[in-house]
Design a protein around this ligand. Sequence first.
Ligand SMILES: *[C@@H]1O[C@H](CO)[C@@H](O)[C@H](O)[C@H]1NC(C)=O
Length: 361
Amino acid sequence: MAIHSPSKSYLGNGNSNGLCWRHVTVFVAALLAAASGAAGDPGKIGICHGRVGSNLPPPAAAAALLRQNGITKARLFLPDQAVLPAFAAAGIDIMVGVPNENLTFLSAAGPKGALRWLQSSVLAHAPADRVRYLAVGNEVLYNNQFYAPHLVPAMHNLHAALVALGLDGKIKVSSAHASSVLAASYPPSAGAFDATSLAVLRPMLRFLADTGAPFMVNTYPFISYVNDPVNVQLGYALFGAGEPVVSDGALVYTNLFDATVDALVAALEREGFGGVPIAVTETGWPTAGHQAATPQNAAAYNAKMVERVARGAGTPLRPGVPVEVFLFDLYDEDGKPGAEFERHFGIFRSDGSKAYDINFM
Ligand SMILES: *[C@@H]1O[C@H](CO)[C@@H](O)[C@H](O)[C@H]1NC(C)=O
Protein backbone atom coordinates (compact mmCIF):
# COMPACT_ATOMS: atom_id res chain seq x y z
CA MET A 1 0.00 0.00 0.00
CA ALA A 2 0.96 3.60 -0.35
CA ILE A 3 3.97 3.10 -2.53
CA HIS A 4 5.05 6.66 -2.91
CA SER A 5 5.08 8.56 -6.07
CA PRO A 6 8.47 9.73 -7.11
CA SER A 7 6.52 12.88 -7.89
CA LYS A 8 7.74 13.50 -11.39
CA SER A 9 9.81 16.63 -11.39
CA TYR A 10 7.92 19.65 -10.17
CA LEU A 11 9.36 21.47 -13.16
CA GLY A 12 6.73 21.14 -15.81
CA ASN A 13 6.59 23.28 -18.88
CA GLY A 14 3.00 24.33 -19.40
CA ASN A 15 2.44 27.83 -20.65
CA SER A 16 -1.18 28.87 -20.64
CA ASN A 17 -2.82 30.59 -17.74
CA GLY A 18 -6.58 30.47 -18.03
CA LEU A 19 -7.55 31.45 -14.52
CA CYS A 20 -10.21 34.03 -15.19
CA TRP A 21 -12.59 31.88 -13.15
CA ARG A 22 -10.29 31.93 -10.18
CA HIS A 23 -12.46 34.02 -7.91
CA VAL A 24 -15.64 32.25 -8.83
CA THR A 25 -14.10 28.84 -8.27
CA VAL A 26 -12.50 29.83 -4.97
CA PHE A 27 -15.95 30.85 -3.80
CA VAL A 28 -17.56 27.66 -5.09
CA ALA A 29 -14.80 25.56 -3.52
CA ALA A 30 -15.34 27.30 -0.19
CA LEU A 31 -19.07 26.59 -0.39
CA LEU A 32 -18.44 22.98 -1.31
CA ALA A 33 -15.88 22.57 1.45
CA ALA A 34 -18.44 23.91 3.91
CA ALA A 35 -21.25 21.82 2.46
CA SER A 36 -19.19 18.66 2.49
CA GLY A 37 -18.17 19.25 6.10
CA ALA A 38 -20.20 16.18 6.94
CA ALA A 39 -17.50 14.08 5.31
CA GLY A 40 -14.32 15.57 6.63
CA ASP A 41 -13.42 18.40 8.97
CA PRO A 42 -10.53 20.18 7.27
CA GLY A 43 -9.69 21.92 10.56
CA LYS A 44 -8.53 18.67 12.14
CA ILE A 45 -5.45 16.84 11.01
CA GLY A 46 -5.64 13.14 10.29
CA ILE A 47 -2.95 10.47 10.40
CA CYS A 48 -2.52 7.49 8.10
CA HIS A 49 -2.14 4.12 9.71
CA GLY A 50 -0.37 1.72 7.35
CA ARG A 51 0.16 -1.76 8.68
CA VAL A 52 2.92 -3.21 6.51
CA GLY A 53 5.16 -3.85 9.49
CA SER A 54 6.29 -6.69 11.71
CA ASN A 55 6.36 -4.83 15.02
CA LEU A 56 3.15 -2.81 14.96
CA PRO A 57 1.19 -2.32 18.17
CA PRO A 58 -2.29 -3.85 18.32
CA PRO A 59 -5.11 -1.76 16.82
CA ALA A 60 -6.49 -0.72 20.23
CA ALA A 61 -3.07 0.67 21.22
CA ALA A 62 -2.83 2.59 17.96
CA ALA A 63 -6.32 4.01 18.50
CA ALA A 64 -5.50 4.98 22.10
CA LEU A 65 -2.27 6.65 20.98
CA LEU A 66 -4.17 8.77 18.45
CA ARG A 67 -6.70 9.83 21.08
CA GLN A 68 -3.99 10.64 23.64
CA ASN A 69 -2.56 13.02 21.08
CA GLY A 70 -5.89 14.63 20.27
CA ILE A 71 -6.14 13.03 16.82
CA THR A 72 -9.68 11.97 15.90
CA LYS A 73 -9.25 11.22 12.22
CA ALA A 74 -7.32 8.45 10.48
CA ARG A 75 -6.79 6.90 7.09
CA LEU A 76 -6.65 3.12 6.77
CA PHE A 77 -5.39 1.61 3.53
CA LEU A 78 -7.74 -1.34 3.68
CA PRO A 79 -10.86 -2.31 5.62
CA ASP A 80 -8.91 -4.24 8.24
CA GLN A 81 -11.39 -6.21 10.32
CA ALA A 82 -9.37 -5.76 13.50
CA VAL A 83 -8.50 -2.10 13.05
CA LEU A 84 -11.96 -0.83 12.03
CA PRO A 85 -13.75 -1.77 15.28
CA ALA A 86 -10.84 -0.59 17.47
CA PHE A 87 -10.71 2.82 15.78
CA ALA A 88 -14.49 3.17 15.72
CA ALA A 89 -14.72 2.30 19.42
CA ALA A 90 -12.19 5.05 20.16
CA GLY A 91 -14.39 7.57 18.32
CA ILE A 92 -11.97 8.05 15.44
CA ASP A 93 -13.39 9.14 12.10
CA ILE A 94 -12.07 6.84 9.43
CA MET A 95 -11.12 7.10 5.78
CA VAL A 96 -11.35 3.51 4.60
CA GLY A 97 -9.19 2.41 1.69
CA VAL A 98 -10.83 0.16 -0.87
CA PRO A 99 -7.92 -2.05 -2.02
CA ASN A 100 -6.93 -2.00 -5.68
CA GLU A 101 -7.39 -5.78 -5.70
CA ASN A 102 -11.13 -5.31 -5.10
CA LEU A 103 -11.77 -2.89 -7.95
CA THR A 104 -12.40 -5.50 -10.63
CA PHE A 105 -15.09 -7.09 -8.50
CA LEU A 106 -16.61 -3.77 -7.45
CA SER A 107 -16.84 -2.53 -11.01
CA ALA A 108 -18.38 -5.74 -12.34
CA ALA A 109 -20.70 -6.44 -9.42
CA GLY A 110 -23.03 -3.48 -9.90
CA PRO A 111 -24.58 -1.48 -7.08
CA LYS A 112 -25.97 -4.62 -5.41
CA GLY A 113 -22.58 -6.35 -5.33
CA ALA A 114 -20.95 -3.15 -4.08
CA LEU A 115 -23.59 -2.95 -1.36
CA ARG A 116 -22.82 -6.51 -0.23
CA TRP A 117 -19.09 -5.76 -0.23
CA LEU A 118 -19.61 -2.51 1.68
CA GLN A 119 -21.73 -4.20 4.30
CA SER A 120 -19.56 -7.26 4.84
CA SER A 121 -16.14 -5.60 4.48
CA VAL A 122 -16.72 -2.22 6.13
CA LEU A 123 -20.04 -1.60 7.85
CA ALA A 124 -20.03 -4.96 9.65
CA HIS A 125 -16.85 -3.78 11.42
CA ALA A 126 -17.40 -0.07 11.99
CA PRO A 127 -20.66 1.87 12.41
CA ALA A 128 -21.48 4.07 9.44
CA ASP A 129 -21.24 7.25 11.49
CA ARG A 130 -17.50 6.70 12.04
CA VAL A 131 -16.81 6.19 8.33
CA ARG A 132 -16.18 9.47 6.54
CA TYR A 133 -14.61 8.50 3.24
CA LEU A 134 -14.08 5.55 0.97
CA ALA A 135 -10.76 6.04 -0.82
CA VAL A 136 -11.32 3.76 -3.79
CA GLY A 137 -7.95 2.46 -4.98
CA ASN A 138 -4.60 3.98 -4.12
CA GLU A 139 -2.41 5.50 -6.84
CA VAL A 140 -4.01 3.29 -9.48
CA LEU A 141 -3.10 5.66 -12.32
CA TYR A 142 0.51 5.74 -11.14
CA ASN A 143 1.39 2.13 -10.57
CA ASN A 144 -1.63 -0.06 -11.19
CA GLN A 145 -2.89 0.75 -14.68
CA PHE A 146 -4.44 -2.71 -14.81
CA TYR A 147 -7.18 -1.46 -12.51
CA ALA A 148 -7.68 1.91 -14.21
CA PRO A 149 -10.75 0.92 -16.29
CA HIS A 150 -12.44 -0.39 -13.14
CA LEU A 151 -11.84 2.66 -10.99
CA VAL A 152 -14.71 4.99 -11.88
CA PRO A 153 -17.31 2.19 -12.29
CA ALA A 154 -16.33 0.92 -8.81
CA MET A 155 -16.75 4.44 -7.41
CA HIS A 156 -20.20 4.75 -9.01
CA ASN A 157 -21.29 1.37 -7.65
CA LEU A 158 -20.10 2.16 -4.13
CA HIS A 159 -21.83 5.53 -4.28
CA ALA A 160 -25.05 3.87 -5.44
CA ALA A 161 -24.74 1.46 -2.51
CA LEU A 162 -24.39 4.41 -0.13
CA VAL A 163 -27.43 6.08 -1.71
CA ALA A 164 -29.42 2.87 -1.13
CA LEU A 165 -28.39 3.00 2.54
CA GLY A 166 -29.13 6.74 2.83
CA LEU A 167 -25.46 7.34 3.64
CA ASP A 168 -24.27 9.18 0.54
CA GLY A 169 -24.45 12.57 2.29
CA LYS A 170 -22.17 11.39 5.08
CA ILE A 171 -19.69 9.04 3.45
CA LYS A 172 -17.89 10.48 0.45
CA VAL A 173 -16.39 8.34 -2.29
CA SER A 174 -13.14 9.38 -3.93
CA SER A 175 -9.80 7.89 -5.04
CA ALA A 176 -6.28 8.73 -3.86
CA HIS A 177 -3.82 9.77 -6.57
CA ALA A 178 -0.06 10.06 -6.69
CA SER A 179 1.06 13.62 -7.44
CA SER A 180 2.42 12.31 -10.74
CA VAL A 181 -1.22 12.62 -11.87
CA LEU A 182 0.02 16.10 -12.79
CA ALA A 183 2.11 16.21 -15.95
CA ALA A 184 2.85 19.90 -15.47
CA SER A 185 3.11 21.72 -12.17
CA TYR A 186 5.58 24.55 -12.72
CA PRO A 187 4.70 27.30 -12.38
CA PRO A 188 1.54 26.27 -10.47
CA SER A 189 -0.75 28.10 -12.92
CA ALA A 190 0.52 25.75 -15.64
CA GLY A 191 -0.79 22.76 -13.69
CA ALA A 192 -2.25 20.13 -15.99
CA PHE A 193 -3.16 16.48 -15.64
CA ASP A 194 -1.22 13.74 -17.34
CA ALA A 195 -2.91 13.42 -20.74
CA THR A 196 -2.80 9.62 -20.68
CA SER A 197 -4.91 9.66 -17.49
CA LEU A 198 -7.63 11.99 -18.74
CA ALA A 199 -9.86 9.20 -20.04
CA VAL A 200 -10.25 8.05 -16.42
CA LEU A 201 -9.90 11.42 -14.72
CA ARG A 202 -12.60 13.30 -16.64
CA PRO A 203 -15.48 11.00 -15.65
CA MET A 204 -14.02 10.85 -12.16
CA LEU A 205 -14.03 14.65 -11.85
CA ARG A 206 -17.64 14.71 -13.03
CA PHE A 207 -18.47 12.15 -10.33
CA LEU A 208 -16.64 14.10 -7.61
CA ALA A 209 -18.36 17.35 -8.59
CA ASP A 210 -21.79 15.68 -8.73
CA THR A 211 -21.38 13.99 -5.33
CA GLY A 212 -19.54 16.75 -3.44
CA ALA A 213 -16.44 14.64 -2.85
CA PRO A 214 -12.85 15.93 -2.81
CA PHE A 215 -10.03 15.14 -5.22
CA MET A 216 -7.52 13.13 -3.16
CA VAL A 217 -3.78 13.40 -3.67
CA ASN A 218 -0.70 11.98 -1.96
CA THR A 219 2.14 14.47 -2.10
CA TYR A 220 5.66 14.38 -0.71
CA PRO A 221 7.83 17.48 -1.08
CA PHE A 222 10.56 15.32 0.50
CA ILE A 223 10.51 12.99 -2.50
CA SER A 224 10.54 15.91 -4.95
CA TYR A 225 13.64 17.17 -3.16
CA VAL A 226 15.30 13.74 -3.21
CA ASN A 227 14.59 13.33 -6.92
CA ASP A 228 15.80 16.77 -7.93
CA PRO A 229 17.94 18.43 -5.23
CA VAL A 230 19.45 20.79 -7.81
CA ASN A 231 16.14 22.46 -8.62
CA VAL A 232 14.16 21.87 -5.43
CA GLN A 233 15.71 23.70 -2.48
CA LEU A 234 15.46 21.92 0.83
CA GLY A 235 14.01 25.01 2.49
CA TYR A 236 11.31 25.24 -0.20
CA ALA A 237 10.34 21.60 0.40
CA LEU A 238 10.45 22.04 4.20
CA PHE A 239 8.42 25.27 4.58
CA GLY A 240 11.68 26.87 5.64
CA ALA A 241 12.43 29.22 2.76
CA GLY A 242 10.79 32.18 4.50
CA GLU A 243 10.77 34.17 1.28
CA PRO A 244 9.19 33.84 -2.15
CA VAL A 245 10.94 31.16 -4.22
CA VAL A 246 8.51 30.92 -7.13
CA SER A 247 6.61 33.85 -8.62
CA ASP A 248 3.59 33.01 -10.70
CA GLY A 249 1.78 36.03 -12.07
CA ALA A 250 0.64 37.99 -9.03
CA LEU A 251 1.12 35.01 -6.70
CA VAL A 252 4.26 34.02 -4.83
CA TYR A 253 5.16 30.66 -3.36
CA THR A 254 7.42 30.08 -0.38
CA ASN A 255 6.92 26.32 -0.24
CA LEU A 256 6.44 23.36 -2.53
CA PHE A 257 3.34 22.08 -0.74
CA ASP A 258 1.34 25.21 -1.64
CA ALA A 259 2.72 25.11 -5.16
CA THR A 260 1.68 21.48 -5.61
CA VAL A 261 -1.84 22.03 -4.29
CA ASP A 262 -2.26 25.07 -6.53
CA ALA A 263 -0.93 23.22 -9.57
CA LEU A 264 -3.70 20.73 -8.86
CA VAL A 265 -6.23 23.55 -8.53
CA ALA A 266 -5.07 24.89 -11.91
CA ALA A 267 -5.39 21.41 -13.44
CA LEU A 268 -8.91 21.07 -12.03
CA GLU A 269 -9.84 24.51 -13.41
CA ARG A 270 -8.37 23.57 -16.80
CA GLU A 271 -10.76 20.61 -16.89
CA GLY A 272 -13.70 22.79 -15.82
CA PHE A 273 -13.86 21.44 -12.26
CA GLY A 274 -12.35 24.28 -10.26
CA GLY A 275 -15.04 23.85 -7.60
CA VAL A 276 -13.84 20.41 -6.52
CA PRO A 277 -12.05 20.61 -3.14
CA ILE A 278 -8.67 18.96 -2.60
CA ALA A 279 -7.80 16.58 0.21
CA VAL A 280 -4.16 15.63 0.80
CA THR A 281 -4.48 11.98 1.74
CA GLU A 282 -0.76 11.41 2.45
CA THR A 283 2.08 13.74 3.18
CA GLY A 284 4.99 13.49 5.55
CA TRP A 285 8.73 13.42 6.05
CA PRO A 286 10.85 10.43 7.03
CA THR A 287 13.39 10.33 9.86
CA ALA A 288 16.02 8.06 8.29
CA GLY A 289 17.21 6.57 5.02
CA HIS A 290 18.46 9.76 3.35
CA GLN A 291 20.65 12.63 4.46
CA ALA A 292 17.62 14.98 4.47
CA ALA A 293 15.53 12.43 6.36
CA THR A 294 16.23 13.50 9.91
CA PRO A 295 14.02 13.77 12.99
CA GLN A 296 14.65 17.54 12.94
CA ASN A 297 13.41 17.93 9.35
CA ALA A 298 10.46 15.60 9.94
CA ALA A 299 9.50 17.61 13.03
CA ALA A 300 9.76 20.88 11.10
CA TYR A 301 7.64 19.66 8.17
CA ASN A 302 4.93 17.93 10.14
CA ALA A 303 4.68 20.63 12.82
CA LYS A 304 4.18 23.20 10.09
CA MET A 305 1.47 21.03 8.56
CA VAL A 306 -0.28 20.67 11.91
CA GLU A 307 -0.16 24.42 12.44
CA ARG A 308 -1.48 25.19 8.95
CA VAL A 309 -4.39 22.78 9.29
CA ALA A 310 -5.27 24.10 12.75
CA ARG A 311 -5.59 27.66 11.44
CA GLY A 312 -7.44 26.54 8.31
CA ALA A 313 -4.74 27.80 5.97
CA GLY A 314 -5.57 27.95 2.30
CA THR A 315 -3.12 28.31 -0.58
CA PRO A 316 -2.21 31.40 -2.63
CA LEU A 317 -4.75 30.40 -5.29
CA ARG A 318 -7.47 29.42 -2.81
CA PRO A 319 -6.70 31.62 0.21
CA GLY A 320 -10.04 31.02 1.91
CA VAL A 321 -10.20 27.26 1.39
CA PRO A 322 -8.63 24.98 4.03
CA VAL A 323 -7.02 21.80 2.74
CA GLU A 324 -7.82 18.59 4.57
CA VAL A 325 -4.57 16.74 5.38
CA PHE A 326 -3.64 13.24 6.49
CA LEU A 327 -0.07 12.85 7.72
CA PHE A 328 1.85 9.74 6.79
CA ASP A 329 2.53 7.73 8.95
CA LEU A 330 1.52 6.74 12.48
CA TYR A 331 4.38 4.21 12.83
CA ASP A 332 7.39 3.12 10.79
CA GLU A 333 6.45 0.22 8.53
CA ASP A 334 9.41 -2.13 8.26
CA GLY A 335 7.74 -4.25 5.60
CA LYS A 336 7.43 -1.47 3.01
CA PRO A 337 9.34 -2.07 -0.22
CA GLY A 338 11.45 0.50 -1.99
CA ALA A 339 14.04 3.02 -0.84
CA GLU A 340 15.20 2.85 2.77
CA PHE A 341 13.38 6.07 3.73
CA GLU A 342 10.02 4.41 2.84
CA ARG A 343 10.32 2.44 6.07
CA HIS A 344 10.89 5.51 8.28
CA PHE A 345 7.87 7.80 8.05
CA GLY A 346 6.59 6.97 11.54
CA ILE A 347 5.68 9.89 13.81
CA PHE A 348 5.51 7.50 16.77
CA ARG A 349 7.62 4.55 17.79
CA SER A 350 5.93 1.23 18.41
CA ASP A 351 6.22 1.84 22.19
CA GLY A 352 4.05 4.95 21.77
CA SER A 353 6.84 7.48 22.31
CA LYS A 354 7.28 10.25 19.73
CA ALA A 355 9.99 9.81 17.11
CA TYR A 356 10.60 13.56 17.52
CA ASP A 357 9.12 16.46 19.37
CA ILE A 358 5.70 17.32 17.90
CA ASN A 359 2.50 18.47 19.50
CA PHE A 360 -0.95 17.95 17.95
CA MET A 361 -3.01 19.89 20.50
C1 LIG B 1 -10.89 -8.10 -1.94
O1 LIG B 1 -9.47 -8.14 -1.91
C2 LIG B 1 -8.96 -9.04 -0.94
C3 LIG B 1 -7.47 -8.90 -0.98
O2 LIG B 1 -7.12 -7.57 -0.76
C4 LIG B 1 -9.41 -10.46 -1.25
O3 LIG B 1 -8.97 -11.32 -0.22
C5 LIG B 1 -10.91 -10.49 -1.34
O4 LIG B 1 -11.31 -11.77 -1.78
C6 LIG B 1 -11.42 -9.45 -2.32
N1 LIG B 1 -12.86 -9.45 -2.32
C7 LIG B 1 -13.57 -9.27 -3.40
C8 LIG B 1 -15.02 -9.38 -3.24
O5 LIG B 1 -13.05 -8.99 -4.47
